[in-house]
Design a protein around this ligand. Structure first.
Ligand SMILES: Cc1ncc(C[n+]2csc(CCOP(=O)(O)OP(=O)(O)O)c2C)c(N)n1
Ligand SMILES: [Mg+2]
Length: 555
């Protein structure tokens, strides 16, 4: 047996069923063998996209995200995806090659470990065939145990060596045997008492939930508690939609919060955070609840996080168990917050007042986002990406959490198409990507992968003719903006070149019609939605003020 055949068998034994990859000298043989062994592949056009797609796949399925890249330039291409996966705590295995051990010179040689380690990911070098089995087992275990990306580097000349036929791999893999019970400790009595007394005495309590509370049962318990405690509900952006049918769900907490959510958070005297990181984004840099006492119930205590102390009290305990006990102990409070008028106020509220603005140079993004929300079926998957436009897509709180994905850690643009690929592969459901033109263009080559693999990805691109996030800031500072203002690329024609259904959208009627036709026959498509350059989101208005001056507009 050849080394690559044994290596492929070991990987298959880890219950790998899908791999995203791009082939080269250092990985093609074992990848080909893995495909023979029944592993499905998505072969992408850029290594970054393999890792990013595997991140979304892992988030959606709860499995380890698997990808493969070749050594040297294959590996260096993934340096933007790895830090995002590290910070988002996503378990990944990246099967990279290494340059040959037994050659004194190799064109693609580079010291790979420092690159990987600088991102916070782990690097496992396996330098003899005798260590293949142990090394692979340990790499997978580490990825699961630490929720972290692990890059496995094997010099590719080892794959061509003969290995003595090892016994067939049977039984559970090491990571399955060692699956740590991720249920955390039960809360102690003092902690429980302190939450109950805080909820009892608070006049305007709000419960904030994050990904740590994203399973259905826990979410239901939170809703029950909120009813007993007369509390309103909010979530972080990644957990958006967890309470989508609850009339007291305020949508997301953070820099993108709607006006009503900001008002309620600003007046709150108690924030009970459950399974949520109190990050700079989720708290809008600590500005959202100036009057509130903050209790964080978490399995990941952040005593000092992203430059701030985040909570007055941190309780290290399992959310589910704590909620069960709280519900047993807590008496139902009389209603002051969850009133009919609050229900009505939430129901009719708009994220902000911008939908009434009229522009003569393109669509109003708030209005376009509303129509997208109206026209897209509730059971389609949605993927939020980055940029100025992402504010407008973040307010569709009527949609259920399992149909939503956002990963924003490390703040890179250009991930949208890859995340959508990961979601579409994981769910096989129509998947809508919301992205900006700049971000979309950064990895537009993946339209080829989407067409080839018939992935039903509908890319709704807010095309404002440039890096809106950047030109709005530059304009507000009175600086020339041509470096961020590259003009309106014809995205529909680009899609056409890839043989993908496409629509150029200049009016709301055209948007509605395009959506209707895609609902009738869901398929890969690009909607090139022309957006006004004059529309400035409340996020930019808050940080940079309103500006009307446009310098160096279209050339
Ligand atoms: C990889 C990377 N390069 C550059 C940036 C800086 N950046 C942040 S937002 C943005 C503009 C994004 O433009 P687009 O996708 O068109 O969205 P818009 O802001 O126009 O809505 C840029 C260049 C970044 N965050 N990540
Ligand atoms: Mg743009």
């Amino acid at each position: 047996m050849k080394g690559f055949e044994f290596y492929a068998e070991l990987i298959r034994h880890q219950k790998v069923d899908h791999c995203f990859g791009l082939l080269g000298d250092a990985n093609m043989q074992f990848a080909s063998k893995l495909a023979d062994l029944g592993v499905e592949f998505t072969y992408v056009q850029h290594e970054h996209c393999a890792i990013a797609a595997s991140m979304a796949y892992a988030r959606k399925t709860g499995k380890i995200g698997i990808s493969t890249v070749t050594c040297g330039p294959g590996l260096t291409q993934i340096m933007t995806a790895l830090p995002a996966a590290v910070r988002a705590g996503i378990p990944l295995i990246i099967l990279a090659g290494e340059s040959p051990l037994n050659k004194s010179w190799y064109n693609q040689q580079i010291d790979q470990a420092p690159f990987v380690k600088a991102t916070g990911a782990q690097y496992f070098a396996i330098h003899t065939t005798a260590r293949f089995k142990e090394g692979i087992n340990e790499a997978f275990l580490t990825a699961v145990r630490d929720s972290i990306p692990v890059v496995v580097g094997v010099p590719f000349d080892l794959f061509h060596q003969n290995v003595t036929a090892p016994e067939t791999q049977t039984g559970p893999a090491l990571w399955e045997q060692c699956q740590i019970n991720k249920r955390g400790p039960a809360p102690c009595k003092e902690d429980l008492d302190s939450i109950v007394s805080a909820l009892k005495s608070a006049k305007r309590p709000i419960i904030l939930a994050g990904l740590g509370a994203n399973d259905k049962k826990t979410a239901l318990l939170i809703e029950e508690l909120s009813e007993k405690a007369d509390a309103l509900l909010t979530t972080t952006l990644p957990a958006r939609g967890l309470f989508n049918t609850n009339p007291f769900y305020l949508g997301i907490s953070g820099g993108f919060s709607s006006e009503i959510t900001r008002k309620k958070l600003a007046n709150s005297d108690l924030i009970l955070s459950i399974g949520a990181s109190l990050s700079s984004h989720n708290t809008d840099q600590g500005t959202l609840w100036p009057q509130a006492r903050v209790i964080q119930l978490t399995m990941n205590p952040q005593y000092f996080y992203q430059g701030r102390s985040v909570a007055h009290q941190i309780i290290f305990a399992d959310a589910h168990q704590t909620l069960l006990k709280l519900l047993n102990t807590m008496e139902t409070k009389s209603v002051h917050n969850r009133t009919e008028s609050t229900r009505e106020e939430i129901a009719i509220s708009e994220p902000d007042s911008s939908a009434s603005q009229k522009y003569n140079d393109g669509l109003n993004p708030s209005v376009a986002a509303k129509h997208l929300n109206r026209g897209i079926p509730n059971d389609w998957q949605l993927v939020n990406s980055s940029g100025h436009c992402s504010y407008y897509f973040s307010h569709m709180k009527n949609r259920p959490y399992p149909k939503f994905l956002t990963i924003r850690e490390f703040g890179a643009i250009g991930n949208g198409l890859s995340f959508a690929m990961g979601v579409a592969v994981a769910t096989r459901e129509p998947t809508v990507l919301f992205d900006g033109d700049g971000s979309f263009l950064m990895h537009v080559q993946e339209l080829e992968t989407i067409r080839r693999d018939k992935l039903p990805i509908i890319s709704c691109i807010f095309n404002d003719g440039g890096y809106g996030s950047e030109f709005h800031k530059l304009r507000s500072e009175g600086l020339r903006d041509d470096g961020a203002n590259f003009g309106f690329t014809n995205l529909a024609r680009i899609a056409d070149g890839f043989n993908i259904e496409n629509y150029q959208i200049n009016t709301i009627e055209e948007l509605d019609q395009a959506l209707e036709s895609l609902v009738r026959a869901p398929q890969a498509a690009v909607l090139d939605i022309r957006i006004s350059q004059k529309a400035i989101s409340p996020v930019i208005q808050r940080s940079h003020g309103v500006h009307s001056k446009t310098t160096k507009l279209q050339k």
